[in-house]
Structures are given as C-alpha cells and as structure tokens.
Design a protein around this ligand. Sequence first.
Ligand code: NAD
Length: 484
Amino acid sequence: MKQFMNFIGGEFVATTRTFENRAPVDNRVIGKVHEAGKDEVDAAVRAARAALTGEWGRMSVTRRVELLHAVADEINRRFDDFLAAEMADTGKPHALASHVDIPRGAANFKVFADIVKNVPTESFEMTTPDGGQAINYAVRSPLGVIGVVCPWNLPLLLMTWKVGPALACGNTVVVKPSEETPATATLLGEVMNAVGIPPGVYNVVHGFGPDSAGEFLTKHPGVDGITFTGETRTGEAIMGAAAKGVRPVSFELGGKNAGIVFADADFDKAVAGITRSAFENCGQVCLGTERVYVQRPIFEKFVAALKAKAEALKPGPSEEAGVGLGPLISREHQQKVLSYYDKAVKEGATVVTGGGVPKMAGALAEGHWVQPTIWTGLPETASVIREEIFGPCCHIAPFDTEEEAIALANATDYGLATTVWTENLGCAHRVARQVQVGICWVNSWFLRDLRTAFGGAKSSGIGREGGVHSLEFYTELRNVCIKL
Ligand code: NAD
C-alpha cells in the first residue's frame, strides 16, 4: 500500500491521521494519505518562511532559472513514474495523461523560469519643482510564502501552473493538493530534493478543505498570498480567510461554458472540437463546454453527428488500447453527475444519448463510470443549463442570429471560456469581443500558449496568470525614486 506523506522542509513527514486514496477505475484502495493537522501546516509555513531568508532568498536569478530547468528535466526523466501516479489517481486515459498532464506539468517550470529571466521592469525620468531631475525605477520582489490550493482534475498540470511561476519569482510555496489526487504533488518533493532545490522552498500538506489542511493553510497568518483553483463556492470561503491580513488572492474558479457553432463552420472540425470540449477528461475540465448553441440550418445534423461521436467513445482503464473515456474522480462526484442526469429528465429533456452508467466488466463495475450524455429541448432556465455539472454532458439548443448566440452565451453568472466555430472572420472577431469570458477560442479549444493571460470573468475567477501576467500576482513592484 502506497503512503502519501507531507513534504515539509525537504523531508517526508508522516502523521497518525490517515485517509484512503481510491482508484476511480475500480474504487480499490491504492494508498494511505497522511493528513496534515495544524502543527504540520504551521511547520510547513515556517519552513517556507525560513527558506525565503536562506539560500533560496539570496540565490541569483540565473541560478534559480537553472534549478527550475533541472526540475523540469527531472520530471521528464521520471516521466513514467509521474504518468503512472497520475493515471492511478485520476483513471484518465494514457493518451491524455501522457500528452497533456505530465509534459505540460514539466513545461510550466521552464516557461516561467525563462519569462522571469527575460522580463524588464520600468523606469521613468522626471524634472523636479526646483529645476533638478529625478529617476524612478522598479524592482520586483517576491510576494513571500504562497499558499497553493489545487483541484483534482489536472493535478500536476494545474499545481505546477502555480508553483512554476511562484518559484521562478523567488517565492516559496506550501501546496495543498486535492484530497482525491495526492500522488504527483508528493512525487514532486522527491524531484525537488534530487535537483537541489533548498529545503522549505516547496512544501506539501495533505488533507481536506474545511477544518483540515486547506482551511488551516489559507487561514495561516504566515501565508502572504493564496492562489487557488477550484469551485466558485470554495473560492468564496478562501476569500473570507484571506481577508484577515488583507492578503492577495488569485482565483481560477468554475465555469458553465458555451460552445457556439455557426452554420458556415467547417462541420467536421466543429463536431470534433465540441466532442473534445464536452467529453475530454470525462467532462472534468473547467474550460469544458456544457452548453452548445448551434445555428438552426445545421442543428439536426450537428446533434446526430455529436451523438455518433459520443457513442464511439470507449470507456475503460487508462492503459487499455482505444479508450477514449475514463471514469469520474470519485463515487461522490459520480452521484452528483448522475443526479443532474435525473434532473434533466425530470425537467423535460430529450435524452439524445447516454443518461446512465455504462456496463463495465469485472472489478471495473465498481468504478465511477458515467455515459457521455447529450440533451436537447430544455428551456434556458433548466438546472443542467444553469449549473456547473463537471461531467461528460452537454445540452444543445438552436439559435438563429449572431446577436442571439452572444446573448445566450452571456446569460450565466460564470465567465471562463467560449469556443466559437465559424469560417466568417468578421463574425469570429465580433463574437470574441462580446462574450464575457477570460478566453475565447475560435475554431479551437484548450489551445494554450503559456505566455498568454489566463483567468475567468464574473464568478469564474479573480486575476490573470500566464506569461508576464503571473508576475503581477507572484511579485510586488517597489518603486525607487532617486533625486539627482
Ligand atoms: P474544490 O473547490 O472542491 O476543491 C479544490 C481544493 O480546495 C481542494 O484541494 C480542496 O481540498 C480545497 N478546499 C475545499 N474547501 C476548502 C476550504 N474551505 N478552504 C481551503 N481549501 C478548501 O474543487 P474540485 O472539486 O477539486 O475541482 C473542481 C472545480 O474546480 C470545478 O468547479 C472546476 O470548474 C474548477 N476548476 C477551475 C479551473 C480554472 O482554471 N478556472 C481549473 C480546474 C478546475
């Protein structure tokens, strides 16, 4: 049985309180996670504080950049270990984890190290009232100890997306991985030690949210800023915790994203794109599409084509050939998604495909599987159109005009992402400027250039990360004014 321990000050720390880590594919117990209490969280924050004033705090940017490249190289050297850990924790297909989760997890260290190495600060000259001169220049300082609270859907990728820039900027971190996916954050501790990252720079505390490591960390007065990815409701709780001491937050929260398909779209590409955005990672992607709006002339044809694609997705364990759909993360999440499948029917949906649990053989029958599901015929007020489900499902509705499609896409409290499919350049630009989201993809989805801004509008987040935008959260600018 694997033991997932906390990583504090460069050492793996066991606790007496443990909880089970289960494999989503068959619900078997695969490990014991050592839950951090207040003492462990306090020790991790103190280790992170000490590292800020130690070797790490004094290190040149050049050396820091070298070390972060070494972290990425070591993740790639141990690619198979990270891949196995991520697949065991999430049950996601091998093709997805090996092409997205692990390589992007490693890349996050290199990309942000290079940005920090190359980004300039500002400088201004001024004349003074006495006829003299002064110069101003800005110095970037790390924010300090960063609390990093992570979700389970893309565990390594989303955690390093925060830890990469935080460390590149000279901060230290205490990471609270999701209770569902403790493995890769723990493994990263080994990598940090192997390449010589000083103790205390990267710390991991395991546990849950309320009255556990998540709450202890976000309420800890020694944490200077909190970066969080997860549900909007959790973000509200963390924001309350961060209010004490007026500590800054960076939030990437939930979504209820629209896909808009115009009649002039390249039909096959649009169908393939929405198949990915609705069903990839079993629908457990914050950027995923749960509301699809299709222009009326191609509506019936589109619904039939997406149905065929959904039915062709083969559910199965990560390593099995041809598998296109993994399980949901947990029994609890499976129950939540299935409750929405029931609600859709009760609210009058036409179930185009799916709506239940697929038949799985042997031990897999105990896994957290659900069928990819498509609905039509619901009013915009229906629960499955208003609320984030985070499963492999979408509702498809017809629209007539560009203005109508924009209004439908915007009629939500969320504002994370939209995917628009059209061959009309003018239409693409007009829609992209009017949808109230952090990211609008045109003829694509989840195509990420890490130098660009990422974040959510409305209830989908606060702040932007990515490229130089990450520096705005992970550093503080100090202006130095010199009278000549
Ligand atoms: P979640 O909010 O339930 O949990 C996220 C993390 O917060 C976990 O580590 C959890 O233990 C911790 N937590 C929970 N309550 C807490 C509290 N009171 N104080 C401190 N920590 C607490 O989210 P999840 O179920 O892990 O992830 C799915 C959600 O994340 C979805 O809503 C999805 O849209 C969102 N998400 C958003 C993005 C984005 O970039 N916007 C990316 C991925 C996931």
